[in-house]
Design a protein around this ligand. Structure first.
Ligand code: BMA
Length: 337
């Protein structure tokens, strides 16, 4: 049966063909890193970020670490999703009553469009890292909603549509520091305020590249084979954490069930801008652009907590790779409460 990929046509998404002789299903943009050091006067590094289509162009919410090292969220705009212009001033949010509601720090945003509204999830300071939620329709005014959860949690990723009347969210409970553990969980909500029916979706390990902890990456992409989710996996080495990424297919109706899971990573730090920087050996996906007609996908990832890179691939090939290289681990495919 032919694969169906859901989503709006995006023929203007960035693209480069697979390099001759390259066998992997994800290949790097030759212009990587597309964002380098000191991208604006106030900011030192922009990485772990979330572009989305915006009319014929692109817009996004970007993680920018300032020169006092605090991370904040900034708006960026681009005609081609490769060359970006950023606002030097961070996003200042308002609460539902129109009062200022900023966070001491904000990082690792994900953006998803649901029923005409863009929702931003990110790691916010709530007496410790927790998940924040805001909505916007114009990327000028951001209305901050109730925080999704209490500390400690990171990597909040919303699905792009409700399933059986529920908003669906992936999270990764953590600790206050650099967290030496972590599984991916799922919660449901009718109103984006009250979350419940929590389930464990995936556990870390035992394969070494993802043995220490895992976290959801880009918002899942709906296909007839299941929800395609890119996620990061961390290995602890004698030289510190190494962040790679892989992918899974989740059940369409019950996305807490893993159908297939790559045994081998799909991407790992290898190029200089991935292995050297503020935090070496980190590749951290937070967004993907895709064009259903051609099956093309561009995954955006932070590199070494310093740069932003893009890798390209074809969704049908990635799905084939996930299925042919799949190894489920205990709990995958079952309902885990
Ligand atoms: C995680 C998050 C990410 C970061 C990664 C590697 O815990 O803080 O923002 O990219 O560590 O430093």
């Amino acid at each position: 049966m032919a694969l169906t990929i859901i989503g709006d046509a995006l023929p203007n998404m960035p693209w480069q063909d697979r390099p001759a002789g390259y066998e992997g299903v994800l290949w790097r943009d030759t212009r990587n890193p597309i964002i380098g050091w000191n991208p604006t006067p106030k900011t030192a590094r922009i990485f772990n970020s979330a572009p989305v289509p915006w009319g014929d162009e692109f817009i996004g919410v970007f993680r920018a670490d300032h020169k006092d090292m605090y991370p904040h969220l900034h708006v960026g705009r681009s005609k081609d999703a490769v060359t970006w212009e950023f606002e030097d001033e961070e996003i200042h949010m308002l609460d539902e009553d129109g009062n200022p509601y900023d966070s001491r720090y904000s990082y690792d945003p994900r953006v998803v469009l649901i029923d005409g509204v863009y929702y931003v999830t990110w790691c916010t300071d709530f007496g410790g890292p927790a998940l924040g939620l805001a909505r916007t329709t114009d990327f000028k005014t951001f209305t901050r909603m109730e925080n999704i959860c209490t500390p400690y949690n990171r990597n909040g990723v919303l699905f792009p549509r409700k399933i059986n009347g529920d908003y669906i969210l992936l999270t990764r409970p953590s600790d206050a520091g650099h967290t030496g553990f972590g599984d991916i969980f799922m919660s449901r909500s009718k109103d984006l305020v009250h979350w419940g029916r929590h389930r464990r979706v995936m556990t870390a390990g035992p394969v070494w590249w993802e043995a220490t902890k895992i976290g959801a990456g880009a918002p899942p992409i709906e296909t007839s084979e299941g929800w395609l989710l890119f996620y990061h996996g961390v290995q602890n080495t004698c030289n510190g954490f190494v962040y790679s990424f892989g992918a899974v297919l989740l059940d369409l109706e019950n996305p807490d069930r893993v159908l297939y899971r790559t045994r081998n990573y799909l991407h790992t730090p290898q190029e200089n801008y991935e292995t050297n920087g503020f935090v070496p050996n980190v590749t951290f996906p937070c967004a993907a652009l895709h064009d259903p007609g051609t099956g093309r996908i561009a995954v955006y990832y932070g590199a070494a907590d310093t740069y932003t890179g893009i890798v390209y691939g074809y969704i049908p090939e990635i799905i084939e790779q996930i299925k042919s290289d799949s190894e489920l681990i205990p709990g995958d495919g079952e309902e885990v409460r």
